[in-house]
Design a protein around this ligand. Structure first.
Ligand code: MLT
Length: 404
């Protein structure tokens, strides 16, 4: 008689964005006339820029010709893309990362969920609270998180690092020593950032404790301030303690195309074993690579023409972020984020819970956001809005929120 992975049964409710999707669908069915503005999940709305579309077309044509056709991609990804990533995202910033330390994948979400597989099942993880739910949920599935306390909405074996108004929405070094530390900066969901010095403290801490930092840099393209690092490898010593996750979703609009990369330096070792070798083994066994045409599109992200076009696209979303930030501030809301990030983090008014405010906003303004408590207990009383809508919808949403 077979048995199931009972860790799955420990997971409370459904995945945050699935729950929101279902609630919005039910509301929409009940109110077919409502014109709903979706500023919930961080999904982009602007089309892929022309320079990348051109590269896609070219790659599609190549696939139709025997001489230029491509079958399975190399395990780690095509050299042309790994080279472009290493040169542009790392070497250009003075970071010592080589193409063979880059693993191409179909997105940072999968990598951020899968990376825990190469670690022992009894390791202790530390996460920011609030946090992108994938980091915790995938460790629950792996049986690493202990028991769930529905009252506190926390797991017994997870170290939570509260990121609240009192801490400036950044984590403090935990009292209990973790083995794996998940950091995402610019942060999802709060939009907060760590300065270079602050991140250096984490790198020094991880090296001194023999911990690994899983650093999610999905939102780095939104950084506007000088002293904010674009990659953890700008910090001294990161090569011996950090893995970085990169995404093409938010900087180039690939949420539908799917492309990401994970960087594992060869200096990152557990005893004599390189984590790089373990991830390479996993990739080889479980993964057949992102499609050739998408990897060519990823390469095009780094062309001079695309860089100009993408700068404009990011500026478009940044303007949305400012519109939300300033509009809500003017309306008396307490807001943060939005400066180095496409996410605006606001305090719910009148002591409403995050879900109460979700319903209130959906019913009265037909605007969808993400309840802060969905990201962890310290997110209670907060709400996230994304800048990835169209400008017109963003403006309209802010006006509607101001009116209620
Ligand atoms: C979010 O809304 O938090 C993100 O879009 C989720 C993701 O990138 O998977």
């Amino acid at each position: 008689m077979y048995r199931i992975n009972e860790n799955y049964l420990k997971l409370p409710g459904s995945y945050l964005f699935s729950t929101i999707g279902k609630k919005v669908a039910a509301f929409s069915e009940e109110h077919p006339q409502a014109s709903i503005i979706r500023l919930g999940i961080g999904d982009v709305t602007q089309p892929i820029v022309p320079a990348i579309i051109e590269a896609l077309h070219h790659a599609v044509d190549e696939m139709g010709c025997a001489k230029t056709f491509h079958g399975y991609a190399p395990d780690q990804g095509y050299e042309f893309l790994r080279k472009a990533i290493a040169e542009n995202d790392f070497q250009a910033r003075g970071c010592d990362i080589s193409p063979d330390e880059v693993f191409v994948s179909d997105g940072a979400k999968c990598d951020s969920g899968n990376i825990q597989e190469i670690f022992a099942s009894d390791l202790k993880i530390a996460v920011c609270d609030p946090v992108y739910p994938v980091y915790v949920d995938t460790n629950v599935m792996a049986g690493r998180t202990g028991t769930y306390d529905a009252k506190t909405e926390t797991w017994s074996d997870v170290i939570y690092m509260p990121c609240t108004e009192a801490t400036g929405f950044v984590p403090e070094l935990p009292k209990e020593t973790p083995d794996l530390i998940y950091l995402c900066f610019p942060n999802n969901p709060t939009g907060a950032v760590l300065t270079k010095d602050q991140l250096q403290r984490w790198v020094d801490y991880a090296n001194s404790r023999g911990a690994v930092i899983i650093y999610d840099a999905a939102y780095e393209a939104y950084i506007t301030e000088e002293n904010v690092p674009h990659t953890i490898f700008q910090c001294e010593g990161a090569r011996t303690c950090a893995i970085e996750l990169r995404s093409f979703s938010k900087n180039a609009g690939f949420t539908g195309l799917r492309l990401g990369a994970t960087i594992i330096p060869k200096d990152l070792k557990c005893g004599e074993t390189m984590l790089h070798s373990l991830w390479a083994r996993r990739h080889g066994t479980k993964y057949n690579g992102a499609p050739y045409i998408v990897q060519r599109a990823g390469e095009a992200v780094y062309s001079d023409t695309a860089k100009v076009q993408l700068k404009e696209q990011i500026a478009y979303y940044q303007k949305n972020a400012q519109t939300i930030y300033n509009g809500l501030k003017d309306a008396g809301y307490s807001v943060s984020g939005g400066v180095n990030s496409p996410y605006i983090w606001l305090k719910t008014p009148d002591k409403m819970t995050s879900w109460e405010f979700f319903d209130f906003l959906l019913e009265n303004a037909n605007v969808v956001g993400t309840p802060g408590s969905g990201f962890g207990p310290s997110g209670e009383g907060y709400f996230r809005l994304t800048a990835f809508g169209t400008y017109e919808n963003t403006l309209e949403a802010v006006e509607r929120i101001k009116r209620i």
